[in-house]
Design a protein around this ligand. Sequence first.
Ligand SMILES: *[C@@H]1O[C@H](CO)[C@@H](O)[C@H](O)[C@H]1NC(C)=O
Ligand SMILES: *[C@@H]1O[C@H](CO)[C@@H](O)[C@H](O)[C@H]1NC(C)=O
Ligand SMILES: [Zn+2]
Length: 741
Amino acid sequence: MAENTSGYRGVRRRPFLLLGAGCAVLGLVLGIIIGYFAIPQSGTPWSAALTQEGDPSIAARLQREVTPSNIRDNLRELTARPHIAGKEMDLGVARLLRDRWLEYGLDSARLVPYDVLLAYPSREPDRPSRVSLLEPDGTVVVESQQQEAGVDDPEAEPPFNAYSASGEVQGELVYVNFARAEDFQTLVRDLRVDVTGKICIARYGEIFRGDKVKQASQYGCAGLILYSDPEQCVADGMAVWPDGWMMPSTGVQRGTVKLTGDVLTPFYPANEYAYRLRVEDAGLPTIPVHPISYGVAVEILRNMAGAEAPVDWQGGLDITYHLGPGYAGQGSSRTVRLVVNQDREVRTTYNVIGTIRGAVEPDRYVIVGNHHDAWVYGSVDPSSGTAVILELARAMGKLKREGWRPRRTVVFGSWGAEEEGLIGSVEFVEDYIKSLQERTVAYLNCDSAASGNFSLSVAASPLLHNMIRDATKKVPDPHEPSKTLYDTWRTKRPEEEGNPDSRPKINKLGSGSDYAPFFQHAGIAASSMSSDIDPAIGLGGYPLYHSAYETFDLQDRFIDPDWTVHQAVGRLWGQMAVTLADALVLPLDVRDYATAVQQMMDELRQEHGSRLSAQNIGLEHLESAVSNFTRATTTFHQTLESVDKSNPVAVRAVNDRLMKLEGAFIDPLGLPDRPWFRHVAFAPSNVNTYAGQSFPGLADALFDIDRAADQAARWEVVRKQLAVTTFTVQSAANTLVNNLF
Ligand SMILES: *[C@@H]1O[C@H](CO)[C@@H](O)[C@H](O)[C@H]1NC(C)=O
Ligand SMILES: *[C@@H]1O[C@H](CO)[C@@H](O)[C@H](O)[C@H]1NC(C)=O
Ligand SMILES: [Zn+2]
């Protein structure tokens, strides 16, 4: 699209290469000269600035600047129109972000394009994707709708599951609960229901929808229907939209079934010279998948034949769930038809990258990021985060105008096409991986800033745990301003249930948002946070997730009417960014990493110890590596506490160790069967991409190994992964040690 010309990735850039190189050298020289003079201008002689502690009043000033009404105005503007990835309206949002960031006084802001494979509902009006219940003569008994009731907006795409195969399948229906690995095991092994060639129907929830497709495909289902069961999206006695924030019977959850960046250019950026796979070789689903509402699902699930589904498979619809296949009684000759028509096209998606250049260490980056594309209006996902990141940029711009410049560079990233598969952030990380690994202190993600008003929910690398806890102690709670976020967070989400002195729980990073490429692929310390709903009401997440009812009103009327939850998230995000950007010694704590690795070791021993020793596989080397790592972290932390802060080389040396520790957990060859995931300590779980899995190389190989068909081969993988894991943990320990040889 036209935007290519304003991106730096111009099509005709090759003839300018030499000129560009010349300019770069000139720029570098100028930069050094300007830098030399710029630092003294900001207040202190540059030699003193090298060892100056950050000004603690900056974060407090930033917090005061973050205003609920600005965030509200931002969200209203961001949700005015649907803005699905790769289309004009999303480019509009990207331009809005760039223009605002420049207006707010960031040093730079630009759009960076990538050409990636995106999926959309087919534009042929006579071939809509749909699910129908049919009489033998073809009469339609019930059929899914093209749009959710009350949504009268030609710009809103109908519900779909991106990257489904297109096609038409018809036949008997089988109910597969959540379509988890264990559900299919129960169904096929224990209950002896044949799913081969059947149309399977699964409820949303528990795991990433793409993992449901993977399971359904492996078990031979001809197609998969996904629906939102009231058990996961309507809490007892609570009103449905538009009278409340529960899912109405016409609501549909959209969503992708792939989460791996641009599928045509794995490992490399989707730029103008990229080598692209053929779509057939891109590992996309081979069966059709389509989402429907529970209003339609109830008609399709009613009167199914076969055994009653197990008690915990019964959902919240007012029927008795049966397994199938097919229907009982009068309707026994009815069938279900699933039609999916999607267009897959290479289109341009845009990241927006803004910077505030660091005064002392401009080559060290603190990155704050979120995506800008939404399935429809996206008032929670992602625009609540985008509304906050805009306000944060404004506040930082104001401080900069008032004379502040961070020690390190703050990078703002607003990623394109996250919803279709973390595409913008993956391409960014793949594009700049060498520099990012060398220079990035941390990546702070915030996708949906507020999906509820219950409490903070955080997932992070252990390296960031302490910094996050400290930051939450400096932000007032949005509802009880006499308390801090930390107080309410640890009461509502304690690490240890029932212990009033417990610290708050911080989860492992899996996948599901843009931190994944930074953490899992590049080995950069990352975190993600949001305010979400009360788990006690028993729903998986916020009910209107990825539906067209995720509108401005949802936030303004139900989730955060006074916008103080958004404000608190913005303050926290800012507090963390400023601390990381300004502190002389990086506030990363290696001791929490040792605690995490020890816990993982204990879990491994408990879960698999006897199984391993029955195979003559000992854990003593891994245990040795873990205890070496623990010892190294203790020693390193002592060094850190006594570092001579007047010596810039000594400070930079400990900071570099801290910054690069995460990367020491990267295995260049990646995990078996999923080499793009390279973090040896943490990966998305292979059976639920959303969840974090510790020691994933071992966990994958050990998964269900007693029932695996290829046991001997699997045990070889276990042996190899045990060695890889041991080596990697020991290597991480080595990076902290001074006298290594
Ligand atoms: C917000 O808080 C109130 C009071 O605790 C609660 O009733 C309501 O359900 C919450 N809303 C959301 C969206 O979490
Ligand atoms: C742990 O450190 C000890 C002492 O340096 C060393 O002998 C041992 O080999 C290390 N363990 C591993 C797994 O490398
Ligand atoms: Zn999102």
